[in-house]
Design a protein around this ligand. Structure first.
Ligand code: CA
Length: 673
């Protein structure tokens, strides 16, 4: 605290000194740089004499620069040495003022603008025949400054002006342009990213939402995704030179993804699903945050910066494999798999015995040994064989030996609550060293969820689960889930887990709608820019069942869906909200405790059932403590348990105390006849 105070005092002091020493800004004139080839509109031919870049700095509003290239054209100044820019001004080509909308001003210290950061973006159509001025609040000095025309307009700028003062400046204040953090990428020679398999080299800067922090590194970047790669707004994968916690996110990693949200006009569906995954306490939920993306000086829109799904700390945290791990027990893990409808486009994949396509994500394509590949393929088939065997319900030797229900159920609930058609066409699962079980997750790819898929619209009018409602069962995990539903113990556990989250107030209409409202507010400025860049609000894209004509309309649709889905889930899973106990339920001495029942009673999805000379406690899907005493005070049972238990008790009246991990207690009475 003391240091902080001294720091802020010095900061204020230096601010004052700086203020007194601040040089006066001047209009800067220097060497004009920029795209060489212009267009001669009289014949639409390439030119070096008509509409050239010099026109942008000739002081005349009736001459303009028009680049021959339709996208990526730019014009600026080489100031000879760094200047801190304090003001910029622009005037559009006569009769074409809208062509400056989404034009970006940048500053750099390398002539190729590889290290450039934004100074400003024009977001409104400017008036004609006049200079529009804009103050710039960026503390860094730049030798090179420029204006980059937006997509498909050949710059079309009549006049530009930069104002500033000589100086290196500092990195204390940058401009992320809109309210969100910015990811600013420049590739070598401003090459466009047109492939999913070839990395391009470049530089990336991550600028905090308030502009007070910047992290810059070399990067490699390529395209990614399956269906999402085919859209105009492309998804990308970044591989940084150094591991880092980008924007303070949990993983210290090189690999990050930029999700494009093309068909998802709320720009938040993945984030809402990640929120569900966190509420349901899946072991790992991918990090995701909304950002604005700039590529080679062009505004690309609102994206989600997300984890790459990979093995590592704060990601899928399982044992890492070495090349020499080819005998048991080392051979047993870890592995990361994906049941994947697109598996046959990958290098390391297999079809299971029952025709389920599976991609081996880890160990990686170029690192996995034949022994490892064969082991995990065989283990997957073993799981499948057991699941489809006659004795599959056996809690010890059946499917539960190979499939972890704790994570499966939470993964399932996330997919169903969000109404995600894609869920069982892409299921991530992992197997760690030294255990037989596959665990499920992380959840991923919710572009088509939350009522955004015409093939399943309207989801809540369909009495069937979403997993069972689309296409054929081939190529998906559908048959596997059907098999689970044929096991009444699975259904009971599913209901109990769901009821627990409902009872505890984790999954409520208020909470889930609140998250949507919060994101809508956070995204408001960025969504306006995004749909200025991509005018698709009135177009049906990807699998959109409907268009709502506005961002607010799209958000309202998701809110209505979530509200109705929760009611649908309650109905489907037979959930009845508990009525509040008027007496103190924590008082074990309370003789009027209405939870007192002979036979069966229930708390937080947990049932206490009397059996012959025994008490059975069912529906346990989380660690809890159970204490059972008889009427004389004799301790019959006192243990932490993780799954259902049968406690031999003898006949009589027993008090059962259930203690949750957060300390909350329920006391029940049980009579065993
Ligand atoms: Ca001019």
């Amino acid at each position: 605290m003391l240091n902080l105070r001294i720091c802020s005092f010095l900061f204020i002091l230096s601010g004052w000194v700086g203020l007194y020493a601040l040089p006066v800004s001047e209009k800067l004139s220097a060497t004009v740089i920029g795209t060489e080839k212009s267009v001669d509109y009289s014949n639409n031919q390439e030119s070096t004499t008509v509409n050239t870049r010099d026109n942008a700095f000739d002081g005349k509003l009736n001459t303009f620069f028009a680049s021959f290239i339709r996208t990526g054209g730019w014009v600026g100044l080489d100031l000879g040495e760094p200047f801190v820019i304090t003001k910029i001004a622009w005037c559009p080509r006569a009769a074409q003022p809208a062509r400056l909308k989404l034009g970006v001003f940048e500053g750099a210290n390398h002539p190729d603008f590889g290290d450039a950061v934004p100074l400003h973006m024009i977001t409104q159509t400017p008036p004609e025949n006049t200079m529009t001025e804009q103050t710039v609040n960026v503390s860094k000095g730049f030798r090179y400054v420029r204006y980059v025309g937006p997509n498909d307009v050949r710059c079309n700028v009549a006049e530009l002006a930069f104002y500033g003062y000589r100086g290196e400046g500092d990195l204390s204040q940058l401009n992320p342009v809109a309210d969100l953090p910015a990811v600013v990428i420049h590739t070598v020679n401003a090459a466009d990213i047109v492939e999913k398999d070839v990395y391009l080299k470049g530089i990336v800067s991550f600028i905090a939402a308030d502009g007070t922090e910047i992290y810059t590194d070399s990067t490699e970047i390529k395209g990614r995704g399956n269906a999402s790669w085919l859209f105009d707004k492309k998804p990308y994968r970044l591989k940084l030179f150094k591991k880092t916690h980008v924007f303070g996110l949990p993983a210290n990693a090189k690999n990050w993804t930029l999700i494009n949200n093309w068909g998802d006009k709320t720009l938040m569906r993945n984030l809402l699903a990640f929120d569900l995954s966190k509420r349901l306490e899946l072991r790992y939920t991918p990090a995701g945050m909304p950002v604005n993306v700039f590529l080679n000086g062009e505004y690309k829109g609102c994206y989600q910066l997300c984890d790459q799904i990979e093995v590592g700390d704060e990601r899928v945290d399982i044992k890492e494999m070495e090349e020499e791990d080819i005998t048991l027990p080392q051979l047993s893990g870890g592995y990361l798999l994906e049941i994947d409808a697109y598996a046959n486009t990958e290098i390391s994949w297999f079809n299971s015995q029952r025709g389920v396509p599976v991609t081996v994500k880890y160990p990686k394509d170029d690192e996995i040994t034949p022994e490892q590949y064969n082991y995990i393929r065989s283990h997957f088939n073993t799981m499948e064989n057991v699941l489809f065997s006659s004795g599959y319900k056996n809690p010890e030797t059946g499917y539960r030996k190979y499939m972890d229900m704790e994570t499966f159920i939470r993964h399932f609930l996330t997919g169903e609550l969000s109404g995600n058609t894609d869920t069982y066409w892409s299921v991530y699962m992992y197997k760690d060293r030294g255990e037989d079980m596959f665990r499920f997750g992380p959840v991923w790819d919710f572009d088509l969820a939350f009522e955004n898929d015409r093939r399943t619209y309207p989801i809540n009018l369909n009495p069937a689960w979403i997993y069972a409602s689309t296409g054929s069962s081939a190529g998906s995990a559908r048959n596997m889930i059907n098999r689970l539903f044929a096991d009444e113990a699975f259904v009971r556990q599913l209901k109990a887990v769901y009821a627990d989250y409902r009872d505890r107030g984790v999954l409520t209409e208020e909470a889930l709608l609140g998250v949507i409202d919060d994101y809508a507010q956070l995204l408001d400025k960025s969504q306006q820019l995004n749909f200025m860049r991509w005018g698709i609000l009135n177009l049906s894209v990807h699998q959109n069942p409907k268009t709502y004509g506005s961002y607010a309309g799209e958000v309202e649709n998701v809110k209505n869906f979530v509200k109705n889905r929760l009611a649908w889930m309650d109905n489907k899973l037979g959930y009845v909200p508990k009525t509040e106990d008027p007496e103190d339920p924590e008082d074990p001495e309370d003789p009027e405790d209405p939870a007192t029942l002979a036979g069966e009673t229930e708390t937080s999805g947990i049932s206490v059932v009397s059996r012959e000379n025994a008490i059975r406690i069912e529906g346990i899907s989380r660690p809890i403590r159970i204490d059972i005493v008889d009427v004389t005070g004799r301790i019959v049972f006192a243990k932490n348990v993780y799954s259902d238990v049968l406690v031999p008790s003898g006949k009589g009246l027993f008090i059962v105390v259930i203690t949750e991990s957060d300390g909350k207690r329920k006391t029940l009475k049980c009579t065993v006849f």
